[in-house]
Design a protein around this ligand. Structure first.
Ligand SMILES: Cc1cc2nc3c(=O)[nH]c(=O)nc-3n(C[C@H](O)[C@H](O)[C@H](O)COP(=O)(O)OP(=O)(O)OC[C@H]3O[C@@H](n4cnc5c(N)ncnc54)[C@H](O)[C@@H]3O)c2cc1C
Length: 325
């Protein structure tokens, strides 16, 4: 018996967020006296898969079908069910991202399994199988007890810090009976997000809202982000107005970030925005309106004009870094 976890990879590397999912699976395996079987779909080098042992996977079940290098929700579901059956697994874990959100409900329906989407804690086994999760766009928490035999969990990103240990996972090829229906979509074009720091993985984020007035002022956001080594993000109206690309939009209808530091500049703090950022460890808000709702969610706040504050803050960070070289 083992805990089965879906692993995501891109350009020959495991995505950092998937390492966290493996580590989470390892924590559950330890609590339940089982092991971790990581499911890798698509083409990936053996040494990269073996290294998953450093995050707690004993075994990798590999389906080396190149069609799986991109998300096919039905095929992924089929592969995970095959893996779970092979391993006699009662717990299946994926990330609470686009892949996990596409696959987990299908798994839940097909296996008649209870699902916790967006887990924020390990299961409390003294209380059944109770897991903490956010509800009402992050306004409250719920503890959900999964009572079914098979359990499906999607883990909220950036919930636990990563730690690496010694270890090497064994690799087994997994045969899956796919049908044509499993590959019902065809990707015609891919526009890759470029940039040094990917928003989903970023530990530091500088984010701008409508208070930045226009795209011509975004150099100020980028300047601070560059000085800090941070990724940039934005509110939805900013992306809707094409000041910034849509992949930077965070919130209920955008991406979810949980960085160590989220600096919100000229963003009011609407509940739909907070839904995507309220898991940040520290929130700093810069807003000219002292009544802006975001201040209620902030650890630190600066009341003032962002266009004046940002250059001074960037300069201060630059000076600090020079003095601490
Ligand atoms: C179904 C639904 C889903 C949604 N999903 C999302 C989502 O995923 N993400 C999201 O962000 N929004 C989402 N929204 C929109 C959301 O409700 C807000 O309208 C939006 O977040 C507001 O964006 P904003 O804070 O940038 O702009 P505004 O609300 O216009 O706020 C601008 C802020 O900037 C401040 N400001 C102005 N000038 C300056 C200055 N010079 N210096 C400093 N501060 C200044 C103002 O005081 C104000 O607080 C959604 C809405 C709906 C209905």
């Amino acid at each position: 018996m083992s805990v089965v976890v879906l692993v995501e990879h891109t350009e020959g590397n495991i995505k950092k967020k998937s390492l966290e999912a493996i580590q989470y699976a390892a924590g559950i395996a330890q609590k339940t006296g089982t092991t971790v079987s990581a499911v890798v779909l698509g083409t990936l080098a053996d040494n990269v898969m073996q290294d998953l042992g450093q995050y707690g996977a004993q075994k990798v079940l590999h389906v080396p079908d190149a069609r799986l290098n991109q998300l096919h929700a039905r095929a992924y579901t089929n592969a995970l069910i095959t893996a779970a059956q092979k391993e006699d697994s009662k717990i299946i874990i994926a990330l609470h991202d686009i892949n996990g959100r596409a696959v987990a409900p299908r798994l839940s329906a097909k296996l008649k399994a209870g699902l916790v989407a967006g887990a924020l804690s390990y299961p409390d086994l003294t209380n059944g199988f109770a897991i903490k999760k956010q509800v009402f766009s992050g306004k409250a928490f719920a503890y959900v007890n999964i009572t079914s035999d098979v359990k499906v969990i999607t883990l909220m990103l950036n919930t636990f810090p990563l730690s690496k240990t010694e270890g090497s996972a064994s690799i087994q090829k997994l045969d899956v009976n796919f049908s044509d229906k499993d590959f019902g979509i065809r990707v015609k074009e891919t526009n890759k997000i470029t940039g040094d720091i990917q928003l989903a993985d970023a530990q530091l984020v500088v984010s701008g809202g409508r208070g930045m007035k226009g795209p011509e002022n975004w150099g100020l956001i980028e300047g601070l982000a560059k000085e800090l080594g941070a990724a940039t993000a934005c509110s939805r109206p900013v992306a809707d107005a094409h000041w910034r690309p849509h992949h930077e939009h965070v919130g209920q209808t955008g991406g979810t970030v949980r960085p160590d530091l989220y600096i919100a500049v000229g963003i009011s703090g609407a509940i739909q925005h907070l839904a995507g950022v309220s898991g940040s460890k520290t929130i700093v808000v810069i807003n000219k309106d002292p009544e802006a709702p975001f201040f209620k969610a902030a650890n630190y706040g600066v009341v003032g004009d962002a266009l004046e504050i940002l250059p001074r803050l960037t300069q201060a960070v630059e000076k600090f870094r020079q003095n601490h070289k």
